[in-house]
Every structure is written in structure tokens, then in C-alpha cells.
Ligand binder design. Structure first.
Ligand SMILES: C[S@@+](CC[C@H](N)C(=O)[O-])C[C@H]1O[C@@H](n2cnc3c(N)ncnc32)[C@H](O)[C@@H]1O
Length: 395
């Protein structure tokens, strides 16, 4: 099946859906009561996203926001409200019927927001060749679209091209816990259902990193569907096109605070908790970005931490028997690799089977933001407990 065939099938599917007002796709979490105060009902009815990339206080007043695959316009209109009359929003979609729905309702949204005219520009275009100038966008959002594009690496490169240095994206999309098999990949109909084109988290994360993005980390995840044993998750990810220069100077040392005992960042520098490490200017810029900055002490002189120091963070497993309940943890960034205090080494995106004790550790405040946890067990697991002391490592 060619990329053109897939794209046509997806466009036909959404043209049909918006024309009939059919309900489609995934869990979003938008508060429709609130959105109804300024967005007309026909737009809300064709909300086909899988997250709330604009509803997460990601958007700031006065910004230029780009929505890839804007559909009926729901995220563009919410972004329009959040950027205010001085900001602007561009929505890109390849499907005429979707663009028509969004353009029809843009004047009413502007009037409801008290704007002299709409600050949203809906453009026809493809995610892998966007009609947008390079280095002009502060924030890219996208809601359940990139999985539908046959060539994701082109989409990721386009995202990087159009963002300003220092710009960021927040994207909600469907990913799978294992590679989607060929019988789904070659099923034209299932592309439109957000299944056939889903990447694994490792592939998705790796593709964004290869395009140049850094500071990649999860905002939220929602388990969605299990089909033939494959778990499809709705994941909202954020990442940055880092600025050319670090914003707060060039600290010479970084000390990792925890809770992991060891981590490898996206530039492949390793850090051991509490041990100061000399850093260069690229690492200094990276570690000043959002997901890292609270996890490190950045300093001019080496700062060592001990376990007694209030900045030191660790979460130890209970001294108890553990139970295998079918849980798998997927590390979602920003680290490529990380170790906990109980001999587990996690690789970003790769499902790692964990016992009940480790589940408890990863559910703690320090670890939770870095993981999506799924349960692959079917009915009737025995849940026999296993001895699990310091010398009897279980998982
Ligand atoms: C699942 S809907 C989501 C629409 C909207 N983001 C929302 O949350 O309601 C996918 C939308 O992306 C558009 N789309 C899919 N693939 C695209 C591509 N490669 N380039 C541009 N638009 C695309 C479709 O036309 C459709 O409007």
C-alpha cells in the first residue's frame, strides 16, 4: 500500500465522519461544558482527538500556535482563547470537509470571545509538508493526527523546521506497547481508526529525538484499547527545539538529585545521583529545559549530595514479598536509560515487567511522571507471592 493510498483512505474516512457527525476515536478529557460557552455545538460534535494538548496550560498569551490536523477546529479555538486577541493560531488539515467545518464556525468563536476578528487561520496542507514558514511558531499542538501520517519522520522534521529556537510542542497521540503487526499495517480501514499507523513509544520518542527535539517527556497517558494483545495508549508528550544558547548562563557542573540512582540524558551523558559531573555548553542548555531543571543542581563549583541531604531523593522498595500482577512500566522520558535503587534498568519506551513492590515504587511522586504503566495480564492470574529480599531480586 503506497503512502498516497493511506493518506487518501484517512482523508475519505474523516470527510465521511464530519459530514455525518459520527462519533469517533478516543478518550480526550476536554470539559465540553466549558468549551460550549464559546465553541458552537457542531464543532464539539466532531471532536476526534485523544487528549487535551491545548487544555493543559501549555498555551501562553500572545503566542503563535500551530495545530497539525486541526479537524473541526476544537483545539485551534481553545488555543485562540488562550493566546488572546494579540496571539495567533494556524490550523492545518488535508481534508476539505474538515476545513469547511472549522472555517464556517471561526467567526462565531471570535465573536463569542469578544475579538474584533478571528485570530485563527485554517490552511489546507499535509503534516509532512506544512504550508508554514520556518522558525515562526512558538508552540505546536496536535491531537490524534500523527499516527495517521504514513511518514512520521517527515512530520517530525517539519515540526522541527517550523518551530522557533526555544519553541516547544505538546502532542496527544496513540502509541502501542509493541510493534503493530503487518495484518493491521496493511489494513487501509484501520488507519483511520488510529490503530494501523500507531508507532511504539520507542519509535515515536526516537523519531522526535532524531528530528532534533530534546527534553522529551510525558504530560499524561490514558490506556485506550487492547486489540489482539496490543495495548494502545493515548499519550501526551512535550518536547523542545532548544535555544542556541542556554538561558541562564553556562554552569560548569551538574549533580543529579534522584529518585533514580543513575540516568543517561538525551545527549548520552551519564549521571550518578549525588555525584557532581562537569558539563559542556550543550548539556548546560539541555539541563536547563523543563523536564530536567528540577532534577539537577547546576553550579559553578562541584556540589556533592549525600543521602542525608534534603535535595537527595530516593524511593526504596518495601521489605516484603512481591506479587506478579501483569504490570509493565514504560519509561516516557526525558532519560534514555535510568536505574532505580533495586537493580532495574529502564530504557525509554521499552516495556519492563514489574512486580507489585516495584509498581508501588514507580507510583510514588518522584517516579510517576516518568512512567506509563499498563497491565498485560488476562483473567485468572494466580497472584502467588514470591520472596523478594535484597539478595533474592525478583524482577
Ligand atoms: C482524528 S482527527 C483529529 C482532529 C482534531 N485534531 C480533533 O482533535 O478533533 C484527524 C484529523 O487529521 C487530519 N489529518 C490526518 N492525516 C493528516 C495529514 N497527513 N496531514 C494533514 N491532516 C491530516 C484529518 O483530516 C482529520 O481532520
Amino acid at each position: 500500500m503506497s503512502n498516497d493510498t493511506i493518506t487518501q483512505a484517512v482523508s475519505d474516512r474523516y470527510a465521511k465522519a464530519v459530514t455525518s457527525g459520527e462519533e469517533m476515536c478516543c478518550p480526550t478529557g476536554y470539559n465540553h461544558e466549558d468549551l460550549r460557552t464559546f465553541i458552537p455545538e457542531p464543532v464539539l460534535k466532531v471532536s476526534y482527538g485523544c487528549g487535551t494538548p491545548v487544555g493543559l496550560t501549555t498555551v501562553q498569551s500572545g503566542e503563535t500556535v500551530l495545530d497539525i490536523g486541526s479537524g473541526g477546529g476544537i483545539d485551534c479555538f481553545e488555543a485562540s482563547r488562550r493566546v488572546g486577541p494579540k496571539g495567533s493560531v494556524i490550523g492545518i488539515d488535508m481534508t476539505d470537509e474538515m476545513l469547511s467545518m472549522a472555517r464556517t464556525h471561526a467567526p462565531a468563536v471570535a465573536a463569542n470571545l469578544g475579538y474584533p476578528q478571528s485570530n485563527v487561520d485554517f490552511r489546507k496542507g499535509f503534516a509532512d509538508s506544512m504550508p508554514v514558514e520556518a522558525n515562526t511558531i512558538d508552540l505546536i499542538v496536535s491531537n490524534c493526527v500523527i499516527n495517521l501520517a504514513p511518514d512520521k519522520s517527515k512530520v517530525f522534521s517539519e515540526m522541527y523546521r517550523v518551530l522557533k529556537p526555544g519553541g516547544r510542542f505538546t502532542v496527544s497521540d496513540i502509541v502501542a506497547d509493541r510493534p503493530v503487526p503487518n495484518y493491521l499495517v496493511h489494513d487501509k480501514g484501520k488507519w483511520g481508526d488510529c490503530l494501523s499507523g500507531a508507532l511504539t513509544l520507542t519509535q515515536y520518542w526516537g523519531g522526535l529525538r532524531k528530528a532534533g527535539f530534546r527534553g522529551l517527556h510525558q504530560v499524561t497517558f490514558i490506556p485506550w484499547r487492547v486489540i489482539d494483545g496490543i495495548h494502545f495508549l493515548s499519550l501526551t508528550l512535550t518536547g523542545f527545539k532548544l535555544p542556541h544558547e542556554a538561558t541562564n548562563g553556562h554552569p560548569s557542573f551538574a549533580t543529579f538529585k534522584g529518585p533514580f540512582s543513575r540516568v543517561v540524558d538525551e545527549l548520552e551523558c551519564s549521571f550518578i545521583r549525588g555525584v557532581p559531573q562537569p558539563i559542556g555548553s550543550s548539556t548546560a542548555t539541555l539541563l536547563q529545559s523543563l523536564p530536567y531543571r528540577d532534577l539537577f543542581i547546576l553550579s559553578e563549583k562541584p556540589v556533592e549530595l549525600s543521602a542525608q541531604d534534603p535535595d537527595w531523593s530516593a524511593v526504596l522498595p518495601e521489605e516484603a514479598h512481591c506479587v506478579w500482577e501483569g504490570h509493565f512500566a514504560l519509561m516516557t522520558g526525558p532519560f534514555i536509560e535510568a536505574a532505580d535503587d533495586d537493580h532495574h534498568v529502564y530504557h525509554c519506551g521499552a516495556p519492563h515487567e514489574i512486580c507489585s513492590k516495584t509498581l508501588k515504587v514507580l507510583s510514588s511522586d518522584g517516579y510517576r511522571p516518568h512512567f506509563a504503566v499498563i497491565n498485560r495480564a488476562g483473567e485468572g492470574i494466580s497472584e502467588d507471592s514470591e520472596p523478594c529480599g535484597p539478595n533474592e531480586g525478583c524482577c
